[in-house]
Design a binder for this molecule. Structure first.
Ligand code: 16G
Ligand code: MG
Length: 549
């Protein structure tokens, strides 16, 4: 069987590539201004079909979203059959297809992929797709559907939903009628699975006070609303920033990325949050989560991905011990260089910690090496993976005491409450609430598990970020030559100083991170390292990054 060239040609001609643009499938898939994405999304439709055929007709996911980015941006990513990120080797195929300049080159690129990857075109192709609430979403979905039409793909529209729900659906569809069904392959199935496990986990605990959720004016709004109905009084949710139709407000002055980068309360919550009350922010596609609270003096305290990891990992370690499975189940944690030094110290005293490069795919794969792998990025993206063998062990283990039995039941319910396909703000939120309920912690006790080292993140605009090459999980620069030793010399001057430099995978900038014992020192170190980076690339002295500009 060969490619339906005529159909592809006719449809491809309706989605021409803008001549001047280059597209790159990066850590977050393709991402740029929504108005520039028509051809890319059409071609992603084609690629999803090839990927499905290559995997013997398994269902592939396509999510149209630009997460925490501004409203005018959009993007697209592919989801592999178990609900995980697209296999890395296919990122290059996606990039090649997206950059084919004409319909003819697109068709020849497709042909090459089919033969080099030995794709059997007679296999069926199945896809499930969704989008977030961005205004450009509807027309991009139409482009995607043209891509599906071109390859005669069986496509299921999951409508407007969160990224993690789409990942859930992919896994649920592909595990239907297998030995390890992930859940009913509907949004209701997701809601039931998570809320059902949550209710069992908090049964018998004192009533949980209401939790405020900042929905970032994004797609998390409707999912949180629905989840709230399933949860009922087991977890009262109070939703804010729920306007998904007014222009310009998605992720604007709110959402998980705002909280993390500004390290402050979304102004829209100021009138609603009482001292001590727990609140959390989702990002624009609800795969990141930030908790926070105000203390008695009204000071803002952020509980980020590192704090979530510390809370959750310590809880799971304790449950594994209580279940009598300490010798059988190895719990480990995966972080990136952005993890606060305070968290790494706290965690390494309790369990094995690994550091990997930024990006969910790196964390996810590293976490798969543990029996139970907890991974979180400081920005609030993360989840917990239970290996297939561990899940069997937990399901079949015979406890010898009532205490062991209780701990085992909790672990089995955690397997259900956690969305293991990808970081999921709503699932992570339930997980956090479970631990807080079990530990009888408020935000204050949780926050005091360890003290964050003051830190600062600075962006440096450089002519060519591609010259920045890193090693050791992005903690050291190997290029430009000599720059790392200058950074080392600076860092040594600061108590508990740490700093690293890496090119962003999503923006045309180089990022500088620094932390130190006290705030002023962390700021100073960050700006001095940023200055070194800037000088190295020969920028205009007037534009040199400075705290004081
Ligand atoms: C993307 C990644 C996120 C990472 C961020 C880093 C996924 C799904 N998302 O949002 O994990 O933290 O990029 O951005 O992998 P940066 O490279 O611009 O710093
Ligand atoms: Mg996101």
């Amino acid at each position: 069987m060969s490619l339906p060239i005529d159909t592809i040609r006719a449809l491809a001609n309706e989605h021409p590539k803008p001549g001047h643009l280059h597209f790159q499938y990066g850590t977050a898939g393709f991402r740029t201004l929504g108005v520039n994405l028509d051809s890319v999304i059409f071609r992603v439709g084609l690629l999803a079909g090839l990927r499905s055929k290559k995997l013997d007709g398994k269902t592939i996911g396509v999510m149209i979203t630009a997460s925490h980015n501004p409203e005018d941006d959009n993007g697209v990513k592919l989801v592999d059959p178990r609900g995980e990120m697209l296999e890395a080797s296919w990122e290059a195929h996606a990039t090649a297809l997206a950059n084919a300049t004409t319909t003819d080159t697109l068709i020849s690129t497709l042909d090459q992929l089919v033969s080099s990857l030995r794709i059997d075109l007679s296999k069926p192709a199945k896809v499930v797709y969704a989008r977030d609430t961005r205004p450009s979403g509807a027309s991009l979905v139409a482009s995607l559907e043209d891509g599906f039409r071109a390859l005669n793909i069986e496509a299921r529209n999951a409508g407007i939903t969160t990224t993690p729900i789409l990942h859930y659906l992919v896994r649920a569809i592909n595990t239907k009628e297998t030995k390890e069904p992930y859940g009913d392959d509907t949004e209701e199935g997701y809601m039931q699975k998570l809320s059902g496990a949550f209710k069992k986990l908090v049964a018998g605990k004192p009533a949980i006070p209401p939790l405020i959720i900042d929905c970032a004016n994004g797609v998390g709004t409707q999912a949180a609303r629905e989840l709230g109905q399933y949860l009922g009084s087991s977890l009262p949710l109070v939703l804010h920033n729920t306007d998904t139709t007014s222009p310009g407000i998605l992720n604007h002055g709110c959402g998980a990325d705002f909280v993390k980068t500004q390290q402050k309360l979304p102004p829209s919550l100021a009138a609603h949050l009482r001292p001590g009350q727990r609140a959390c922010s989702l990002d624009g596609d609800a795969d990141r989560l930030m908790y926070f609270y105000l203390d008695d003096r009204g000071h803002f305290h952020m509980l980020d991905g590192d704090k979530i990891a510390a809370l959750v990992a310590a809880f799971i370690v304790d449950l594994v011990k209580s279940a009598g499975l300490e010798e059988d189940i190895r719990v480990g944690i995966v972080q990136t260089a952005y993890a606060n030094g305070g968290s790494t110290k706290y965690l390494s005293e309790r369990l094995p910690v690994r550091c990997v490069p930024t990006g969910v795919k790196h964390l996810h794969h590293a976490a798969e090496h543990y029996n139970i792998g907890v991974y979180f990025e400081a920005n609030g993206h993360g989840t917990v993976l239970f290996s297939p063998e561990t899940q069997v062990k937990l399901a079949e283990h015979q406890p010898s005491t009532p205490a062991q039995s209780t701990a085992l039941t909790h672990l089995n319910n955690l397997v259900q409450v956690i969305n293991q396909t990808v970081g999921d703000a709503l699932s992570d939120m339930l997980l956090v609430e479970v631990v807080l309920a079990h530990r009888s912690y408020s935000g204050i006790e949780w926050d005091s598990l360890y003290v964050d080292l003051p830190n600062r993140l600075v962006k440096v605009v450089v002519p060519d970020r591609a010259i920045f090459k890193t090693e050791d999980a992005e903690r050291r620069l190997v290029n430009p030559p000599g720059l790392q030793s200058k950074i080392d010399d600076l860092v040594r001057k600061y108590e508990s100083g740490r700093s690293f430099v890496r090119p962003s995978g999503t923006e045309d900038v180089v990022r500088v991170y620094a932390e130190a014992r006290v705030r002023a020192q962390a700021d100073e170190l960050a700006f001095r390292v940023a200055g070194l980076v800037y000088d190295e690339t020969g920028g205009d002295p007037a534009q040199r990054p400075s705290e004081f500009l």
